[in-house]
Design a binder for this molecule. Sequence first.
Ligand SMILES: *Cc1c(COP(=O)(O)O)cnc(C)c1O
Length: 461
Amino acid sequence: MDGNLRELPNMNALLEHGDFSGLARPRVKRAAQSVLSELRAALLLGTVSEIPSLDECAEMVRRELDKAETANLRGVINATGIILHTNLGRAPLGDELYSAAAQVYRGYSNLEYDLETGQRGSRYSHIESLVCELTGAEAAMVVNNNAAAVFIMLTTLASGKRVAISRGELVEIGGSFRIPEIMEQSGAQLIEVGATNKTRLADYSRAVSNGAEILLKVHTSNYEIVGFTESVSVAELAAFGHERGLPVLYDMGSCFVLDPERFGFRGGETARGGIEAGADIICFSGDKLLGSMQGGIMAGRREYIAAIKKHPLARVLRADKLTLAALETTLRLCLYPEEARERIPTLAMLFAETEELKSRATTLAERLRAACPEWTVEACAVTDETGGGSLPNVHLSGWAVALEPTGFSVQELERRLRRGRVPVIIRISGGAALISVRTLLAGEDETVAEAVRRVYEGGGA
Ligand SMILES: *Cc1c(COP(=O)(O)O)cnc(C)c1O
């Protein structure tokens, strides 16, 4: 084995041999070091028994250089038909929202500067009046994400107080965000109300008799209680709370800022609905159904929002300028729902007409059939989802291209597309690889067709 190891090309020979002109020497050297040390380890372990030739080693260095040039975190194409795919970064901004935000980010901005007076301004002012206009709330502010919004809202308003919440709403949202634990961290004392499947106003009444000082409602988002159930609506809870002078807080999780019914869409609540129902503060995510950037938007009574803005945690959880810029652009679009529907990618995907999806899938299928004559390629109806725990009971009628390759399995096709130059993430169902067109952004139909063609012709995407 030792003799074997000694036959490994040395660094200088390798650098002389390969054609690495035009590449910075330190980069090539680093890649070569990595290749040689991996080879050495593989030889010692016996996973490689033959020393590769100098040519082969140089090729390995070139691949290592390619790999080093590719960022770990990068764009992928979502062909799963799940719009707010949590693992794929939830809401995509698309070119328009992204460039508006990038314009602010690329240089200096009036983030905390009032251009009228030349005095210091507030970073929240850029979106506050928009949120108020769109929701009917008196005041608003934004933090880093909705988990942070729930946390700062409870810490500011409920620390040291008894907070009543239905047992059916003590949920885990994912990624270790559990309502009971967040409440504990915030210093609020939890008073559980009702039963998991049934909570009535009388149960809240009992909680108030037992000293509850604040009422909290949490949208159950990613699950639904069906069957023998009863719950108290936010409107009923707010009316009940206000009769007794108790604040009512509502974590909506994901909600619309425009009215989806005008596009014939049923399901999902609106932020305005939460305020009109009487919640003193609502909070919701920026990158779920609003279709914007990660952020936690709070809206409601002036005095509560003012207290939250003053809390030291506001600085800890504050939203950055990229978030604020993207949110402002998104919210401005929401003033004109028809435009919002076209220009906010999440909404365009959600409200897409089934006929239009069918026609896109049919066109893509024709292209793929021409590019991959030996495979089975078929446009077919599928069920898409909103994802992100936003509307678990809403199933969307979508269209996809179903692919069945020859010579290798659909699992292998999925893997090759996922590991390609531009990763394409698909799902497998009923023995076929499905490319759902709903979640493809503008121009991506082409990119997907290219990626599939590369797999067909040469193995890799
Ligand atoms: C998603 C969600 C959260 C967390 O929001 P993030 O923006 O992911 O931090 C909190 N509460 C509810 C009800 C949710 O649905």
